[in-house]
Ligand binder design. Structure first.
Ligand SMILES: O=C(O)C[C@H]1C=CC(=O)O1
Length: 89
C-alpha cells in the first residue's frame, strides 16, 4: 500500500483519518485477518499480509480503509507452498 495524502488536506481531517486508520488496522490485526504489517523503509508505504476467507472479504477490508481514497495498492494472492514444513502432514 502506497499512501499519498494531499498536502492541502485539512490538518484536522488528516489527524482524524490517521487515527481511524490506526484503530481499524489494529482491530483487524487483533482479529487475525491482518496478519502482518511492515513499513517499507524510507517510503510512506507498507507491505501487509492478510489472512482472509476469500477475495470478497479482502476487498471489503481494503475498501473500508479510512486512507483508501489516498492509497494505491498492489495485491498479490498467495497460496500454500507444497514444500512448506509448516503445513507438512
Ligand atoms: O501507514 C500506512 O502504511 C498506511 C496505513 C496502514 C495501516 C495503518 O495504520 O496506516
Amino acid at each position: 500500500m502506497d499512501v499519498a495524502i494531499p498536502r492541502d488536506l485539512d490538518p484536522q481531517v488528516r489527524a482524524e483519518t490517521l487515527a481511524r486508520e490506526k484503530a481499524y488496522s489494529q482491530d483487524l490485526q487483533r482479529g487475525g485477518e491482518w496478519a502482518h504489517i511492515w513499513r517499507i523503509a524510507g517510503q510512506y508505504s507498507n507491505i501487509s499480509i492478510f489472512d482472509v476467507t476469500d477475495n470478497e472479504r479482502l476487498h471489503e477490508i481494503l475498501w473500508n480503509l479510512p486512507l483508501f481514497p489516498f492509497m494505491t495498492m498492489e495485491i498479490t494472492p498467495l497460496a500454500q507452498h507444497p514444500s512448506d514444513i509448516a503445513v507438512e502432514t
